[in-house]
Design a protein around this ligand. Structure first.
Ligand SMILES: Nc1ncnc2c1ncn2[C@@H]1O[C@H](COP(=O)(O)OP(=O)(O)OP(=O)(O)O)[C@@H](O)[C@H]1O
Length: 254
């Protein structure tokens, strides 16, 4: 496993479900250590793209290069998470250390202290013994960020990480993203709040089933691009089959 991020290359990447494409023919390169926002209308394919980056969805066509063999920390949308399983905050955060101890390993006193430190850094000192289902939405999100901190992966992928959290918590978590960025990690986040993207993310990818624009955030977040994204999205045929050429070569994640 590599501890430094590599460049991530999307080469004519098409993604989808049951052979129905959700994101088409995207080609671009994300440099190691980049801090990137992915934006686009609802249903544009943002979560699909981040799932593929996390290695959870095999490309239908094209290639996704630079992520195989890389440790990746992935935070899916909160809506997709089950908070009812009976574990404590401490247990949840300690899962971030699995890459050090393995599934059957025991945590040392020093590792348990690191869990407490991570919780303190996200403002949850003293929450160790609390059951997950007793946390507020924002406290749960902070817990997940503490776990990400311990995962210490060179690539961090976040799907709408601030959707359930208040302004203060969001500011704290954005500060954490900046620290990860400064430490050289590649950080990629799906976001809906465009002013937030403008203020905190140097690079932006706008998608609407296809790539609308990619590059420095100020150049991407224009009215013209956003209108094009809306128009492309509205014109999309939800039942479209994979195009013929797509069937010739299966996609690769490498
Ligand atoms: N598991 C799935 N099976 C079939 N189709 C899916 C699946 N997940 C997503 N889709 C479809 O793929 C398309 C893109 O969805 P995706 O969740 O990637 O969009 P999004 O940009 O993240 O949307 P939002 O902003 O609403 O979260 C949508 O048409 C959606 O219905």
């Amino acid at each position: 496993m590599n501890s430094r991020p590599a460049a991530i290359e999307l080469r004519n990447l098409t993604l989808g479900y049951d052979k129905h494409p959700a994101v088409h023919h995207v080609s671009l390169t994300i440099a190691p250590g980049a801090l990137v926002a992915i934006v686009g209308p609802n249903g544009a394919g943002k979560s699909t793209l981040i799932k593929a980056l996390a290695g959870q969805l095999r490309p239908l066509q094209g290639a996704l290069d630079g992520l195989r063999g890389q440790r990746i920390a992935y935070l899916p949308q909160q809506a997709g998470m089950d908070r009812s399983f009976p574990v404590s905050v401490q247990d949840m955060v300690a899962m971030g250390l699995w890459h050090e101890v393995g599934a059957l390993g025991r945590f040392s006193a020093a590792q348990m202290q690191r869990c407490r430190d991570a919780l303190a850094q996200v403002g949850l000192a003293g929450f160790e013994k609390r059951a997950l289902d007793t946390l507020s939405g924002g406290q749960f999100q902070r817990t997940l960020f503490a776990r990400l901190m311990l995962q210490d992966a060179p690539v961090v992928l976040l799907d709408e990480p601030f959707s359930a959290v208040d302004a203060r918590t969001t500011a704290d978590l954005i500060a954490l993203l900046h620290r990860w960025h400064q430490a050289g990690k590649t950080v990629i986040a799906v976001l809906h709040d465009l002013p937030q993207v403008r203020d905190h993310f140097p690079l932006t990818m706008m998608i609407a089933r296809e790539l609308v624009a990619w590059g420095p955030t100020a150049e991407v977040l224009t009215d013209e691009h956003w209108q094009r994204a809306q128009a492309m999205h509205e014109a999309f045929d939800e039942q479209a089959p994979v195009c013929r050429s797509d069937e010739i070569s299966p996609g690769v994640f490498r």
